[in-house]
Every structure is written in C-alpha cells, then in structure tokens.
Design a protein around this ligand. Structure first.
Ligand code: GAP
Length: 501
C-alpha cells in the first residue's frame, strides 16, 4: 500500500488529515478526525492498561508541556537536541542533511558527523533538491520550539520535545508521595513538539505528535536482575543487531541468551520482552514485520547507554521504520536536574544513597497508528477492509436494524443502549441495505456487526458478524456483552456460537 493511498483513505473516511487545511495546511501537523480520534484514544488505553499493569508501582501523570528553559539546559537538549542541516547558496532552501543523503544515495546516514556529511555531499555532487544550486557546508540547528511567557520581560520556555522530562522533574515529589519505593514507573501520554526541518511521511515525522512514554526509575545495583525474569527467560526476541546489519538478517534468541551474548542486563531484556509481547500478542502483529534494531554508538540518542528501537516493516515507506524504543538513560537526566536545580535527587534505600537510573519505554503513538493503517489494510474481490485488532478499531461494534419498520429500529436502539451501558463503544446505523452497512464497517475496520431482525422479536437473539471471515453466529441479547468481549479480545467466532451462514 502506498503512503498516498493511506492519506486518501484516512481523509475520505474521517481518520485524519492535514491541520489548518482550510488555509492550505501546515506541513508536519495533522488533525485527527472523529474515527481517528476514537482509534487513537483506544490505542492509548490499551498501552496504558498493558504497561501500567506490569508493576504495582507504575503510575500515570500529566505534567505541563511548556517547560522552563532550565529543564532543557539540565537535560542536554539545549546543547545536543540538534539536527544536521544544509542550506542552498542560491535559493536559501534548507534541507536535513542526512535525509538529503538518504534521498540521493541508498542507506541510513543518521549520526554521521557534519564534516563527513559535507564531504559526501561534495563527493557525490549533491545539489539543492529545489533549484539545483550549490549547497553550503552542513551545520546544525536546535529542534525545540521556544515560547516566550508573559510580556515586557518575558521568560524563555520551550514546548517539550519529549514527554520524558515531565517525569524527571516530578520524580522526587512522586517518590516521596508514593512512599519511597523503587522501581517506580511514571507514564505520560502527551504531546511532543519538534521543529523538524523536513517533516515527511504523514504521521511518521511530524512537528507536533503524541508520545506514550514510561520512565522506570530503579536502583542501578539491581540492573542485572528482574524478579519476573523467569517468565520471559525462554521467550525469543526478534533482533537486528548492529553487527552484521549489512546482511539484513534478523536473529531470534531467547532472553536469557540475549543477556549473555549482547551484554544487556536482565532488567533491560525483561522489558524488551514485554514490549515485543505488546506488539505480537496484544496488537497481534506478525513476527515477520517486527524487529528490535540495535543502534550504534553514532546513532544512539545522546542520553542513552543501551538503545534498541522497535521497528515495523512498512512497505509504503520502503522497509522497516522506527515506532518505539527501549532506552537505558542511566542517571543522565536526574543528575542533570540535580546539578542545574540544586535539588538533591538522591534516594535513600536501606541506608544507601544514590541517584536512581532510568529505563525508558518510548512509543510514538502516531507512528503506531500509521503502522496499523498500513499493516491491517486488505483488498478483497468485493470489498476493502481494515483488519484492525478488535480493541483498537474506532468502535467495538455497529448495531443495525435489518429493516426500518415493524419495531426493529426500537429493538435495535434497546440493544444499542444496553451495550453502551455495558461499557462498549458502539454506533447505530440504519441507513441503506444491510449489505452496504456491513461494507461501511469493513471499510473503517470495525470488527463486529450486530443485526436485529424479526427473529430477535421472538427469541431475543441477534446475529453477530465477524468482519474478517464474514461468518455470523446467533447470540442471546443477555449474553451479548460477554460474547462480544471475548470476540474483541481475539477469540474466533466459531468458538463463540454455531455459525449460521
Ligand atoms: N523520550 C525519548 C524520545 O523521545 P525518540 O526516539 O526521539 O526518543 C521516541 O522518540 C518515539 O517518538 C520514536 O520512536 C517515534 O515513534 C516517535 N517520534 C519521534 N519523533 C517523531 C516525529 N517527528 N513525528 C512522529 N513521531 C515521532
């Protein structure tokens, strides 16, 4: 599937489109429409339930997105959150240098020094993509959006480029409020802002986007163990290590072997396993489209000691693309905040004083939504559909009267209200033939269709239709909430009742 087709479908059906569209749009900004908003909220809820469920001491917080300049001086973003850029001498167009190299030569040039990038531009005689003019030497620019607070003598602040800093500046207070226990996890689902030079690939590289990040604060002396490691020690991770990357091959290895072979601590590997299980078991992606990519010293973010990204294979973008990362940030951030704020960031556990270390699980929500669009799209002879996992699709089910007379609409409204009260996201549709209504829910990826017909009036049963197989079963209205829940959780329709078509 092509990226343009995704954009087209998303726009036509009401998932997302470019922001400020009535004024010609704003590059790198997208608005979620009604279906996209519902889907994104549901993805976030799944993420929340899964990751907060990993430990009793993991909690969600909602810090501000505009933060004091000193936050970013402490974190290193003021100095190091930079992108390599190159300017055209003739038309003054500015382009991201590593992307320009990527567009002209095959490969990945992220992390290359600016001198080396200049050298390559000269060697391959790469010119301005707009006017063909000669390019200046590669330089760097900071990617944060500054904000001036107040008037007169305004205070300089920044829109946060990652949600993570909100957790670090709140750590000490949360640690006290939560009765001084480690590990402590602080999760944030919120916006991040980056002044990307060349926003591109729809939801993949935006200037305002949503992150779901979990910062796990832990005692560095316990990094070589995790109390639940035995649950994953035989679980195989799909790895794309830095060494041997040229071969393009992935390696599958049990968690306990990964610890020995790559020198990664158990604490880190345990969370890699949980992240992979989120993609494969909870979201239902195939192993073939998933891998952990190890970043080299040059590619790693400036704050990371261990850094493996989650990549999904996205044909529309030409191959594997990063959607999340597992980052061991050491005490980089808390130490920085202690230095700049003067606030003591050490904790005292069993008489030992230390600054906790941080393991960060970082997800780009929009990139994950884009991946769902691409990986779940199917074209069949008579229909197109999105095979979204039941709990991520924009609604749990559509409720339909077979015809608009003889008391069926009234009965359907009853079933609709009953499901709403039982906690389901359902919608009611009575427009057009039942076949057309099924096509409509297929097109927006809703997994279940519930139809109220003449038999319903006699025996209080309805049909439940599976989007993927188009099979239908008959279910009693009283049992519907339980059956629908199991169906949305991935149980096959055949296991839930006798197939009638
Ligand atoms: N707190 C760590 C951090 O922000 P990152 O690798 O810069 O790390 C984490 O970003 C995730 O955020 C990425 O894996 C990606 O999914 C998403 N992301 C980063 N930049 C993005 C952008 N410009 N547009 C959309 N998503 C982005």
């Amino acid at each position: 599937m092509k990226a343009e087709s995704i954009v087209d479908i998303a726009k036509r059906r009401g998932f997302f489109w470019q922001s400020s569209g009535i004024y010609g749009g704003l590059a790198g900004f997208y608005d979620y429409a009604h279906l996209g908003t519902s889907m994104k909220r549901r993805w976030e809820n799944i993420w929340r339930n899964y990751f907060l469920g990993l430990d009793d001491n993991f909690h969600e917080i909602q810090p501000c997105l505009i933060m004091h300049e000193k936050v970013f001086s402490a974190s290193g973003h003021l100095e190091s959150f930079i992108d390599p850029v190159v300017r055209c001498m003739k038309c003054l167009h500015v382009e991201r240098a590593d992307h320009l190299l990527e567009d002209n030569l095959s490969g990945n040039f992220e992390g290359l020094s600016v001198d080396r990038m200049t050298e390559m531009i000269r060697k391959h005689n790469i010119r301005c993509p707009r006017c063909g003019g000669e390019l200046e030497d590669v330089g760097v620019i900071n990617m944060m959006f500054p904000v001036d607070i107040g008037t007169g003598n305004p205070l300089r602040a920044y829109l946060s480029p990652e949600t993570a800093q909100g957790a670090y500046v709140n750590f000490k207070q949360e640690f006290e409020a939560l009765r001084r226990k480690l590990p402590l996890g602080l999760a944030i689902i919120g916006r991040a802002f980056r002044n990307e030079i060349s926003p591109r690939n729809v939801l993949i590289r935006m200037r305002e986007f949503t992150q779901a990040e979990l910062q796990i604060f832990f005692d560095p002396e316990t990094i070589n163990e995790h109390p639940r490691f035995s649950e994953v020690s035989d679980y195989k991770l799909v790895l794309f290590p830095a060494k041997g990357r040229k071969s393009g091959k992935v390696t599958e290895m049990k968690c306990r072997e990964v610890v020995g072979k790559y020198g990664l601590p158990e604490f880190y590997v345990y969370y890699m396993a949980r992240v992979q299980q989120f993609y494969l078991d909870v979201l239902g992606f195939s192993r073939k489209v998933f891998r952990f990519r190890e970043l080299t010293e040059e590619e790693k973010a400036f704050y990371n000691k261990y850094h493996w990204d989650v990549e999904l294979h996205l044909e529309s973008l030409g191959g594997f693309r990063e959607v999340a990362g597992v980052h061991y940030r050491t005490d980089h951030d808390l130490k920085g905040h202690q230095r700049v704020s003067g606030i003591n960031m050490t904790v005292n556990i069993n008489g030992r004083e230390f600054i906790p270390h941080v393991l960060e699980l970082s997800f780009g929500v929009d990139r994950n939504i884009y991946a769902l669009f691409e990986l779940c799209y199917r074209e069949e002879k008579e229909r197109t559909l999105f095979r979204f996992p039941g709990r991520v699709s924009p609604f749990d089910a559509g409720v339909f009267p077979l015809v608009n007379r003889d008391g069926l609409p009234e009965k359907s409204r009853e079933v609709y209200s009953f499901l709403k009260k039982s906690g389901f996201d359902v919608f009611y549709d009575s427009g057009g033939s039942i076949g057309r209504r099924y096509r409509r829910i297929d097109e927006i990826g809703v997994a279940a269709g519930i139809t109220i017909d003449y038999q319903t009036l006699q025996d209080s049963t309805v049909t439940l239709r599976d989007r993927d197989s188009m099979k239908q079963i008959r279910v009693g209205i009283a049992e519907l909430p339980t059956v629908l829940r199991r169906f949305l959780d991935g149980e096959r329709i055949e296991n839930l009742g006798r197939v009638i078509n």
